[in-house]
Ligand binder design. Structure first.
Ligand SMILES: [Zn+2]
Length: 395
């Protein structure tokens, strides 16, 4: 039982427990922004059990959800709008639709479709903070390439990228590439000058090439430890170098299957406040366990435990089927992070890394993108999601 006074559609006042401080607060929202946050005295609550309030989740890498896919081309007209709305039930208020390695025409078409949705659907536009282009400028080598199609992998090409960026209406905000290509340093510098964040991923680069990429302005590691070779020289190698580069922020898939706990533990310690969670979820996320056929992985199985693997080999993952809330639960239940820390890794950290207005979190003047939830043990029970002050999801 808690108190929400809806003054009108976007102006309201509600009471909750601050997810970080544990303090009872009253949040006042006006015109899509947090107008005021005030402490409440316990005797004013009259025994009400308040939900926690926390910033909306920000996913830097998501391929699809609930059967809808940013990479099954051509993307049907309503797909982007549907995914953004479906993500509200997962507490996600900002995301970066991720388009992976494909033919030049297919990437172009995906950019046009996402961009058109943003132009025509203001609600979806609010939820799309930018587009993440993962590839095609990645490693052609097995293991490092992951599930990306080899025939479409290519060296960095600024002219080509500029055409995609134009098709996207300038919305490509993140590019994942491998600095093993000779031209990558020049390409990274051009991205940085044009305000595009460069992330290192799906790479076979040497430690030296990683260091050069960072010197040129690369600032992020894409799903660190995944999209990697099964065997590596013990040192130096591209994993150690990315860990050691203090300027690199690190994205992690904490679904319980992609990275073992000891890797998560070490990366979280080394990267500290530069560690972030991503879902990297594929379109089967949000669906019931069962057998499925995908355009990338062929026949796959989503187990009741939440693991997505190839039907023919349960040791080969077919992407992640889990969202950020699940990742937060994984980190807390395994004792790898506190709930406020894990929440920040999935909300204000990616927001501040990408310099989004929501970076200040639950603060006066910030966009009213936040959620209310209860906890049962380590399980998070999402109650409400607000985007720009509007109630967009209620359990
Ligand atoms: Zn990837």
């Amino acid at each position: 039982m808690w108190i929400v006074i809806h003054m009108d559609k976007v102006n309201m006042k509600l009471n909750a427990i601050h997810y970080k401080t544990g303090e009872a607060i009253s949040i006042q929202v006006e015109h899509g922004r947090i107008e005021a946050i005030e402490s409440i005295h316990e005797d004013e609550l009259e025994g009400a059990s308040l939900p926690f309030a926390a910033p909306g989740l920000v996913d830097l890498q998501i391929n699809g959800y609930a059967g809808y896919d940013f990479n099954q081309l051509p993307i049907p007209d309503d797909t982007v709008s549907r995914i953004i709305r479906e993500l509200w039930q997962e507490g996600v208020t900002s995301s970066y639709p991720t388009v992976i390695t494909n033919s030049s025409e297919a990437i172009h078409d995906a950019m046009v479709t996402i961009s058109r949705t943003c132009d025509q659907d203001p609600t979806a536009a609010k939820g799309i903070a930018g587009i993440h282009l993962e590839g095609p400028f990645i490693s052609p080598h097995d293991g490092a390439r992951g599930a990306h199609r080899r025939d479409f992998v290519q060296p960095p090409d600024w002219e080509q990228f500029s055409r995609w960026q134009e098709a996207a209406g300038g919305r490509i905000a993140i590019v994942t590439l491998s600095p093993e290509w000779p031209d990558s340093i020049d390409f990274i510098a051009k991205c940085v000058r044009s305000g595009v964040t460069v992330s290192i991923g799906h790479t076979s680069a040497t430690a030296e090439q990683i260091a050069q990429a960072v010197a040129a302005g690369a600032r992020m590691s894409t799903h660190f430890g995944n999209g990697s070779h099964l065997m590596l020289p013990r040192h130096p190698n591209y994993l150690w170098e990315q860990l050691a580069q203090d300027d690199l922020w690190t994205c992690l898939i904490a679904d319980g299957f992609h990275l073992p706990d000891q890797v998560l533990k070490v990366v979280l310690k080394v990267k500290g406040s530069k560690a972030m969670l991503v879902s990297d979820a594929v379109s089967l996320s949000g669906l019931a366990p069962g057998d499925y056929t995908t355009h990338v992985g062929g026949k796959v199985i989503l187990t009741p435990e939440g693991k997505l693997h190839l039907a023919e080999n349960d040791k080969i993952l077919a992407g992640s089927a889990q969202m950020l809330l699940w990742g937060i639960e994984q980190l807390t239940s395994r004792g790898l992070a506190s709930l406020p820390d894990a929440w920040d890794m999935s909300s204000i950290r990616p927001a501040s890394f990408m310099q989004l207005p929501s970076a200040s979190g639950l603060a006066v003047g910030a966009p009213a993108d936040f959620v209310l939830f209860h906890t049962e043990g380590h399980s998070i029970k999402l109650k409400n999601t607000y985007q720009a002050g509007e109630l967009v999801y209620q359990s």
